[in-house]
Design a protein around this ligand. Structure first.
Ligand code: 5RP
Length: 242
């Protein structure tokens, strides 16, 4: 599973903090990435000690890890249908988290950029379906204003058309390439990823709407109004923004 950004100790504190909030009987969305992996491992430890949960994976990688950790799994279709149990809580990482608020209110959980692991389409399905969505991050992910390139999953046949549409809105798209292979990254859904730089994103909601309504876009990595809590692991503890 990929790792990125801050220290592994901070990521572990964040992941474990969120995993400790999970209660017996819950259905848990299992995010993707190195920080979410710490939450999955902690949940696996708790299952080993008798916690009764079922997980819904957001990627092939998180499914494999959860299975290795002994977490019973459901498909999203099994969890989210009309007579299904639903998803009580999702725990997932982020590439960037807008954390606002002042000293009086405490920090507040704002919009996110996700998709560094190219899993944002399934992540958004699971995270949006959950009653509670807990983001796990280290301090390197926090920012007042989102400004990282936005991962956009595109149908292979729509790659050039979407790139043109992104340029027309002032963005600069780059096809994501596999690190150790001579070719593009292919998502779990068989699609490609354009990382689209827009500079500072002053209105994430407007950008989310623009991208979502562009033909050929399968899903984009701007997550607006979804996070209920952000667990930020530090070198000494955990801060929680709500
Ligand atoms: C995958 C994601 C990840 O959650 C995000 O990239 C954070 O990863 P990490 O915890 O390894 O820094 O969105 O699509």
């Amino acid at each position: 599973m990929k790792t990125s950004g801050g220290s592994d100790a901070a990521k572990r504190r964040a992941g474990e903090s969120a995993a400790e909030t999970v209660a017996d009987g819950e259905v848990v969305g299992l995010g993707t990435g190195s920080t979410a992996a710490h939450a999955i491992r902690r949940l696996g430890d708790r299952v080993g000690s008798g916690l009764d949960i079922r997980g819904v994976a957001t990627s092939f990688a998180s499914r494999e890890l959860a299975a290795d950790c002994g977490i019973p799994l459901l498909d999203l279709d099994e969890a989210a249908g009309p007579d299904a149990p639903g998803i009580d809580v999702a725990i997932d990482g982020a590439d960037q988290v807008a954390v606002g608020g002042g000293e009086d209110d405490g920090p507040t959980a704002g919009p996110l950029i996700k998709g560094g692991g190219a899993a944002h389409a399934r992540e958004k399905l699971v995270d949006a379906a959950a009653d509670r969505f807990l983001v796990v991050a280290d301090p390197s992910k926090e920012t007042p204003v989102l400004d990282r390139p936005v991962p956009v999953e595109v149908l292979p046949a729509g790659r050039t058309a979407v790139a043109e549409a992104v340029r027309a809105t002032g963005g600069e798209p780059a096809l994501r390439r596999a690190e150790r292979k001579d070719g593009p990254v292919v998502t779990d859904n068989g699609n490609l990823v354009l990382d689209c730089a827009f500079g500072a994103i002053d209105d994430p909601g407007a950008l989310a709407t623009t991208l979502a309504t562009t033909p050929g876009v399968v899903e984009h990595g701007v997550f607006v109004d979804l996070a209920d809590e952000v667990h930020v692991g530090t070198e000494t503890g955990v801060r929680v923004a709500r």
